[in-house]
Design a protein around this ligand. Structure first.
Ligand code: ADP
Ligand code: MG
Length: 278
């Protein structure tokens, strides 16, 4: 089925005044062994403000991780440009930290050492005492002081994810990139961690791009929700502005008419864009 609404509806009226991250006509294709180039992303345009929380939703395989990896500098675009603070992104940098779905902690280091390693690598100008205090501050931020000397295989999935988040935040990136950060967690842990990340973000605002499959999570956490069309040649189909004041009360929000409408807009978009075969 073909998407019939203009792909740029809602775009201009929800664009932030100051572009912090600017993605322009981004195209990414991958070579395939038998069918030539596979065009994953085909003309993505998006501008994100410096303290904006953006969620990206789209069906599996539409290119969400590809988009995040290009912003992270782990992959290069085929054409188009991505600028952070006016500077073209060409490689990974400590100004953009990634939080992955599957924790990616070093198993031979304790919780504290996993965070410390990142701090040592990035905050080279900080002295020993400053580094220790940054690590402690971020352990406390995600409630991990008691588990600081445990190894990754001695703690739960939710705790591991908190370590990943603390590690990313500890080096004070300008932008946080999260690829389905709560995807592997049970519903209860997921809800708690969403609240915790929002609390931290509300106190230390920064630009966030978070990929998620969960419409409720996107509404709860973000300022705008970017809905991607299916691949191949995926692009941004629609951008929804989330109107709720922060800090957000999940239950009050969920009971409102605006929530119901926003949720349906997102779900309908995803249904309209679901194609089983070409
Ligand atoms: P998503 O995160 O939305 O599920 P991805 O960004 O991982 O999607 O992938 C988008 C498309 O690009 C998929 O069809 C995937 O198979 C393809 N793809 C991703 N990475 C590579 C790669 N390194 N080489 C070839 N194709 C890739
Ligand atoms: Mg992905």
């Amino acid at each position: 089925m073909k998407y019939t609404v203009s792909p740029y509806r809602n775009y201009t009226e929800t664009m932030p005044r100051h572009g912090f991250l600017e993605i322009e006509n981004l195209v990414k294709s991958y070579p395939t062994p038998d069918k030539g180039e596979y065009v994953a992303l085909d003309g993505v345009n998006l501008t994100i403000g410096e303290d904006e929380y953006i969620s990206v939703i789209g069906h599996s395989g539409c290119g969400k991780s590809t988009l995040l990896k290009i912003i992270g500098g782990f992959q290069t675009a085929t054409s188009g440009s991505v600028r952070l603070d006016g500077i073209e992104i060409r490689k990974p940098g400590a100004d953009r930290m990634m939080v992955f779905q599957n924790y990616s902690l070093l198993p031979w280091l304790t919780v504290r050492e996993n965070i410390r390693l990142a701090v040592d690598e990035v905050l080279k100008k900080a002295n020993r005492a400053e580094r220790i205090s940054i690590v402690n501050e971020h352990l406390a931020m995600v409630n991990l002081i008691a588990a600081a000397d445990k190894y990754p295989d001695e703690i739960s999935g939710g705790m591991k994810q908190r370590v990943g988040i603390a590690r990313a935040l500890a080096i004070r990136p300008k932008m946080l990139l999260m690829d389905e950060p709560f995807g592997a967690l049970d519903a209860l842990t997921r809800g708690k961690l969403q609240r915790q990340v929002l609390d931290i973000w509300e106190n230390h605002r920064q630009a966030v791009m978070m990929i998620t499959h969960d419409v409720d999570e996107a509404i709860y956490m973000s300022d705008r929700i970017v809905l991607m069309t299916n691949g191949p040649s995926a692009k941004i189909g629609k951008i929804l502005k989330v109107p709720f004041q922060r800090p957000r009360d999940r239950i009050a929000m969920r009971n409102s008419k605006e929530y119901f409408e926003l949720r349906n807009q997102a779900l309908n978009f995803l249904d309209e864009n679901f194609t089983v075969d070409e």
